[in-house]
Design a binder for this molecule. Sequence first.
Ligand code: AMP
Length: 224
Amino acid sequence: MNILMFGPNGSGKGTQGAIVKEKYNLAHIESGAIFRENIGKGTELGAKAKEFIDRGDLVPDEITIPMILDRLKQDDCKNGWLLDGFPRNKNQAIKLDEALKASGLDLDIVAEVILDRQIAKNRIMGRRLCVNDNNHPNNIFIDAIKPNGDKCRVCGGDLTSRSDDQDEEAINKRHSIYYDTESGTLAAAYYFKDLAEKGGKVKYITLDGAPSVKEVTAELMSKL
Ligand code: AMP
């Protein structure tokens, strides 16, 4: 099974992707993680990508597209893959579609996690990390998981926040790319939606990203 996951930063797309990957034993390919790994290792690719990533811009297609298409040819992808973070614009969607056709591969599912832009932004900016356990859910903008004063709602521990979660300009830039239905990430998603509506093999599913992780997972599993 080959799957594409779409969803804005803050929609829980990564969490849902990890659950699907486990269930179907897929290779989980995250373009952002590949870039971060290359930056960490000090590779030439990492050096080229870093300046774009730091600004919240997309890494140019000449770098990103071959990197992902090569990754899909590796052995661990034979049993299927879940792509997260690619395609991020319409051109990448077209190039992916062409490459899959050329190698006789099918895209089975495209899943779009739908979440209002302001809610997505609040989720990111309101996220607080418990010093005792990062998995304790705390968010100052979500009533169900509001901290207890300025302490963790689960254990009373001190709370901190990720610095990149507080960079409003970078969050706005990333969301502007995501919600752009002309040439941005939603345009890439709709490229496949269009193929599905025209009777293509690919199945396009949408998920409401507003409820809890468990509820979104339940909807996802029922639609796969
Ligand atoms: P992410 O971890 O998915 O938020 O990605 C982090 C950063 O990596 C993005 O803000 C982009 O700068 C870059 N990036 C990830 N995926 C792509 C892509 N498909 N095309 C271009 N740049 C990307």
